[in-house]
Design a protein around this ligand. Structure first.
Ligand code: NI
Length: 241
């Protein structure tokens, strides 16, 4: 619908409401005295992503906060952090979060032999399959470091990010929150690490603030599906364009 048609539709809707309601509410927003409210083409969507977990304490606190807000997120896991924390991985999946692979040892995965690549990526997929009973686990390379081999061998879409508060730099919850809120746009993929308490706090503040602004949180997979993007193996996605 063109903006002009939207406005006409809104005016018609407002007129219908005025007929139905004895005392219609004043318009929430009016420009130049007219009852015109811009409605976006769709609800703005954003995907929160968390790297380097699962981590005791912080990941649990994050999952509690996301559950309270009924907000899905995406977790890219480090294999060495998984043994003994399988219940956290099961909880992520059970609560509607997307689970993916970061690498086994948080090594850079570019420039590796095929065998070493499989030890870093395939091994985590095997861990996740064993815990979750199969599934497709998308890849986020550590540091976003890639080459042609990574794209060729990824065996899944490769997910980077478009908003990065560099949350490893300090423990400043206000700074991390403000960075995301001042940079975020519809379709963004936000990068956090759920191994820091201050990042968990910032992420939950971001959820509360953006929900107040009308954003809807989705997993990365849901984000791409929203845009009718056919996520392809070896293709790199930074945001929903
Ligand atoms: Ni990482």
């Amino acid at each position: 619908m063109s903006p002009a048609w939207k406005k006409i539709a809104l005016l018609l809707a407002a007129g219908a409401l005025a007929v139905l309601a004895a005392a219609p509410e004043p318009e929430a927003s009016s420009a130049g005295g007219g009852a015109m409210v811009e409605i976006p083409d769709r609800t703005p969507v954003v995907a929160l992503t968390f790297d380097d977990g699962p981590w005791p304490g912080t990941t649990e606190r994050l999952l509690d906060g996301l559950a309270l807000r009924e907000t899905p997120a995406t977790f890219f896991l480090v294999g060495v952090n998984i043994p003994g924390r399988e219940a956290l991985v099961r909880r992520m999946a059970a609560e509607g979060h997307q689970v993916g692979v970061h690498s086994y040892s948080h090594a850079r995965i570019r420039g590796l032999s095929r065998a070493d690549f499989d030890c870093e990526v395939g091994k985590v997929r095997a861990q996740l399959s064993a815990i979750l009973g199969g599934g497709e686990f998308w890849l986020r390379p550590p540091y976003g470091a890639m080459d042609d081999s990574v794209r060729l061998w990824a065996d899944s879409p490769i997910i980077l990010w478009s908003v990065d508060p560099e949350d490893w730099k300090d423990d400043d919850v206000d700074r991390k929150t403000a960075h995301v809120l001042s940079h975020v746009r519809d379709g963004d993929i936000i990068l956090f690490h759920d191994i820091f308490d201050s990042s968990v706090d910032a992420a939950l503040r971001v959820v509360d603030a953006l929900e107040d602004q009308g954003y809807c949180f989705v997993t990365v997979e849901q984000l791409l599906a929203r845009g009718d993007v056919q996520a392809e193996r070896g293709a790199v996605y930074r945001r929903l364009e």
